[in-house]
Design a protein around this ligand. Structure first.
Ligand SMILES: *[C@@H]1O[C@H](CO)[C@@H](O)[C@H](O)[C@H]1NC(C)=O
Ligand SMILES: *[C@@H]1O[C@H](CO)[C@@H](O)[C@H](O)[C@H]1NC(C)=O
Ligand SMILES: *[C@@H]1O[C@H](CO)[C@@H](O)[C@H](O)[C@H]1NC(C)=O
Ligand SMILES: *[C@@H]1O[C@H](CO)[C@@H](O)[C@H](O)[C@H]1NC(C)=O
Ligand SMILES: *[C@@H]1O[C@H](CO)[C@@H](O)[C@H](O)[C@H]1NC(C)=O
Length: 439
C-alpha cells in the first residue's frame, strides 16, 4: 500500500481478514498451523503496519458510469455492447475509484461477456441494482465452445454489490443434461459458470441474488483475498451441476452469510485453494459443503487450511464432505468443520476417497490424494440414512488424523452408526455415533 491512500473498500476487506486471522484463535481456526503464513504470502501481519498510516480522507468522489448512458437505442434487447463500453470507461477513464452502475428496476440481456483488467481506476465498484439475464438458447455457448457467461478477469480491488439479480436462465441446460435425461449426450467436460472471477485480488462480491445458473453459480479462481458475502443463490434441487460457490486455486477466501439452495454442492473447494473460511452458511437443498472433488484423471491436487463453521444444512444429500478420485495424487489437509447443524441430511459426515462421478465404473488404483488432519467439532442434528458418519478411505493411502469432538447425530426414526475403512480416528468429548479408533 505504501503511501497511497487506503480506500474504504480496502479498509473493510482488510478488517475482515484481520478478524479472520488474528481475532480468532489461529490454533482453533486452523489446527496444526501456528497462525503464521507461508513465507511467500504477504499475510495480514505484513499489512497491519499500514493500518497506522491510514488516511481517512475520502478523496475525490468516484466517477459513476451508468450503463444506460451507453445504450444506442432504448429498445435494444441485447445490452452486451453497452456494458462493454461502460466497463471501458469505468476501468480506464481515471486513476480514481469508479462505479459501474446498473440501474434498478430494469432487466438487461447479456451475451457471454468478459470484463477485463488491468484497470487504471484504483477501485471499481460494479453496483448491480437491476437484473442481468442470460440468453436461454444454449447454442450461444455450444457453438462457440464457451464455458462462462459473465467473467471478471485480472482486476484488482473490484467490488460487485448492489442488491440486484443475476439470472442464468438455465432451464434449457438442466433438461438437456445427460444427468437428468439418460438419452441425452453429455456435452462438455468442464462446467459452465454464470459468474466467473479469475485473477481478481482484493475482491468483494456482496449482497446479490444469483439464480438459475446453467451450471455453477459463482466461481472464484486464481484469486487472492476475496470476500463473498450475503449472497442468495437459488436453483431447483433437481438442476444438475449447479454448484453454489466454487473456489479453485485461490487463497484467503472468506465466504460469509450466504443462503444457498441448488442441485449440486452449496460450496465446493477444489485444488490450489488455501486459507478458505466459510461461516454462516445455510445450505439446502443441495449436495452439501464439499472439499473436492480432487485428483480426477490422475491429477495432482492440494487443498489446505479450510475452516467451515456455523453452517446449517437442511435435507441435503451430504453434510460436510471430502471427495477424491482414485488414482490422484497430492493432499487435503488441515480442514476443520465446526458448529454445524444438520437436519435430515443423508450423509452428514463423509470422506469418500473412492469418489466416482462417471458413467463408467472407476477401477481400483494404486494412488490417492492423501487426507490428513481433519477435525469435526460440535456437529449436531439428524441423519436420514443409517450411516451418519462414513469414512471410506483408500487402500493405498489411508486417512490420518481424523479428530471427532462433540459430534452428535441421530437418525430420523432409525438407529445410526459410524462406518470407516482405512482411517485413523481420534475421539474427544462426547460423540455419537462412536467410531472406534483403528487403522
Ligand atoms: C485499460 O488500460 C490497460 C493499460 O493500458 C489496458 O491493458 C487494458 O486493456 C484497458 N482496459 C480496458 C477495459 O480498456
Ligand atoms: C438458438 O440459436 C441458434 C443459432 O444461434 C438458432 O439456430 C436457433 O434457432 C436458436 N434457438 C432458439 C430456440 O431460439
Ligand atoms: C429425453 O430426451 C429425449 C430426446 O433426446 C426426449 O424425447 C424425452 O422426452 C426426454 N425425456 C424427458 C424425461 O425429458
Ligand atoms: C478425464 O479425462 C477424460 C478424457 O480426457 C474426460 O472426458 C473427462 O471429462 C475427464 N474427467 C474429469 C472429471 O475431468
Ligand atoms: C428426509 O429426507 C428424506 C430423503 O432425503 C426424505 O425422503 C424425507 O421425506 C425427509 N424427511 C423429512 C421429515 O423431511
Amino acid at each position: 500500500m505504501g503511501t497511497k491512500k487506503l480506500l474504504p473498500t480496502s479498509i473493510s476487506t482488510m478488517t475482515i481478514f484481520l478478524c479472520m486471522f488474528t481475532h480468532i484463535n489461529a490454533e482453533e481456526a486452523f489446527p496444526f498451523v501456528d497462525g503464521t503464513y507461508p513465507s511467500e504470502a504477504e499475510g495480514p501481519t505484513a499489512e497491519s503496519s499500514d493500518m497506522d498510516e491510514l488516511e481517512l480522507n475520502p478523496g475525490p468522489p468516484p466517477r459513476v458510469v451508468d450503463v444506460d448512458d451507453y445504450r444506442e437505442r432504448a429498445d435494444d434487447d441485447d445490452h452486451t455492447e453497452a456494458f462493454l463500453q461502460a466497463w471501458k470507461e469505468a476501468c480506464n477513464s481515471s486513476d480514481y475509484p469508479s462505479v459501474l452502475l446498473v440501474p434498478e428496476g430494469k432487466t438487461y440481456l447479456l451475451m457471454p461477456v468478459s470484463f477485463n483488467g488491468p484497470c487504471r481506476a484504483t477501485t471499481i465498484t460494479a453496483t448491480i441494482r437491476g437484473t442481468l439475464e442470460a440468453p436461454s438458447n444454449r447454442s450461444v455457448w455450444l457453438d462457440r465452445d464457451l464455458q462462462e457467461w459473465i467473467t471478471f478477469d485480472n482486476i484488482d480491488h473490484l467490488r460487485v454489490v448492489g442488491g440486484g439479480t443475476i439470472n442464468g436462465n438455465g432451464h434449457e441446460w438442466w433438461i438437456n443434461s445427460c444427468k437428468t435425461n439418460q438419452s441425452m449426450q453429455c456435452v462438455s467436460a468442464g462446467n459452465l459458470q454464470a459468474l466467473y472471477f479469475r485473477r481478481c485480488n482484493h475482491l468483494v462480491v456482496e449482497g446479490l441474488q444469483i439464480i438459475d445458473s446453467m451450471q455453477m453459480h459463482v466461481v472464484i479462481a486464481y484469486s487472492w483475498r476475496v470476500l463473498v458475502s450475503r449472497l442468495l443463490i437459488a436453483a431447483p434441487g433437481w438442476s444438475p451441476n449447479t454448484d453454489g460457490i466454487h473456489v479453485s486455486n485461490s487463497r484467503e477466501v472468506l465466504i460469509s452469510g450466504c443462503i444457498i439452495s441448488t442441485g449440486d454442492d452449496c460450496i465446493s473447494i477444489v485444488t490450489g485453494s488455501m486459507f478458505v473460511r466459510a461461516t454462516g452458511i445455510f445450505c439446502g437443498p443441495g449436495h452439501g459443503i464439499s472439499i473436492g472433488s480432487l485428483g480426477a484423471n490422475k491429477s495432482w491436487a492440494h487443498v489446505s487450511d479450510v475452516l467451515v463453521e456455523k453452517a446449517t444444512l437442511v435435507g441435503t444429500t451430504n453434510g460436510v464432505r471430502i471427495k477424491t478420485w482414485q488414482g490422484g495424487d497430492g493432499y487435503a489437509e488441515r480442514i476443520t468443520f465446526q458448529d454445524i447443524s444438520m437436519h435430515n441430511v443423508t450423509n452428514p459426515v463423509i470422506i469418500d476417497q473412492n469418489y466416482c462421478d462417471s458413467k463408467t465404473p472407476c477401477h481400483e488404483q494404486g494412488s490417492a490424494v492423501a487426507i490428513n488432519n481433519i477435525r469435526y467439532r460440535n456437529i449436531r442434528g439428524t441423519s436420514s440414512s443409517k450411516i451418519a458418519i462414513n469414512f471410506v478411505c483408500s487402500n493405498s493411502v489411508h486417512c490420518d488424523g481424523i479428530v471427532m469432538q462433540d459430534v452428535s447425530l441421530v437418525g430420523e426414526g432409525t438407529y445410526v452408526s459410524c462406518s470407516y475403512m482405512n482411517a485413523r480416528v481420534v475421539e474427544l468429548g462426547y460423540n455419537f455415533p462412536y467410531c472406534r479408533a483403528e487403522m
